[in-house]
Design a protein around this ligand. Structure first.
Ligand code: SF4
Length: 282
């Protein structure tokens, strides 16, 4: 951390003031080139690092802690938000917020509570509710997956994210697979599942607009598509990554926060942000 922080003065853009030269419309725009850079929308990603239990396949920066100091966490998030908005020149309100993503998704629900939440969400935001499913888990057959997918397409709005389970090193699932305690669908079955996914979603009117994402009525994901198109996003919370443009030069900076929640809160309290380094320019 000390080493990373030492890099910050070298790599971060210098603090800017409102009297600094404003970027011009001719400066490269990461979105479509038609919006002035100082008016470009940006997204916010907020990472909450705690889950009530850890899923065996999860390699996110997540912790199970029965004694979470929620108030301190929330205070730190607000501190970091204010600090980063000011730092990147976003506190003037010139650039609209495109989307806000809460990296929170604690999966201690049952199928029926998940269904109830989906229906509640659809009542509040009709046409705006997406659902994530994972295919290729232990013991799953092609028929199981097709049945689950058909059921989901009957109840979901116009967007689906359908991911294939990946076994990440360091997870409990990886350990079980290596030790032969669990087996997953082989590559043939996995391929069949993906091909069935493409066919069934097409029959149901979904457009396969990204490897794992499907939409009807052009209901593309605002947040994810922002990532794919290179639009700026502010990463807040332990371990969060971000990508921001310097307000004058438009040079892109990749940001990444301290992963450990206690360390991140300490940094927020001490220096207003838990950003360990934002040194990768591209
Ligand atoms: S609910 Fe999501 S973030 Fe939490 S442990 Fe499971 S997969 Fe990871």
């Amino acid at each position: 951390m000390t080493r990373l922080r030492a890099l910050v003065p070298l790599l971060r853009p210098t603090r800017f003031s409102t009297s600094a030269t404003a970027p011009t419309a001719s400066t490269a725009s990461p979105s479509n080139g038609t919006v002035a850079p100082d008016k470009e929308p940006f997204s916010i990603y907020i990472h909450w690092p705690y889950c009530s239990s850890k899923c065996t396949y999860c390699n996110f920066n997540k912790y199970v802690d029965p004694n979470v100091d929620n108030e301190r966490m929330e205070r730190s998030l607000v501190t970091e938000l204010k600090s980063e908005l000011a730092y990147w020149g976003l506190d003037q309100g010139n650039r609209p917020i495109r989307s806000i993503y809460f990296g929170e998704l604690g999966r201690d629900h049952t199928p029926s509570t998940a269904l109830r939440s989906l229906l509640d969400a659809r009542a509040v935001w009709p046409g705006k509710v997406s659902m994530d499913l994972i295919m290729g888990h232990t013991g799953q057959t092609l028929e199981d997956w097709e049945k689950e997918l058909r059921f989901t397409m009957d109840i979901v709005d116009d967007h689906l994210s359908l991911y294939h389970l990946t076994v990440e090193p360091g997870t409990a699932l990886h350990k079980d697979v290596v030790q032969g305690k669990t087996t997953l669908p082989d590559s043939d079955l996995s391929t069949d599942m993906y091909e069935a996914t493409i066919q069934l979603t097409r029959e149901a009117g979904f457009e396969h607009y990204e490897v794992s994402n499907f939409a009807r009525n052009k209901a593309y994901s605002m947040h994810n598509s922002g990532h794919w198109f290179g639009i700026d996003y502010l990463g807040l919370g332990p371990g969060a990554h971000g990508r921001m443009s310097h307000p004058q030069t438009r040079q892109k900076f990749r940001t990444f926060n301290v992963r450990d929640p206690a360390g991140w809160m300490h940094e927020c309290e001490e220096q207003g942000t838990g950003q360990g380094c934002d040194g990768v320019v591209y």
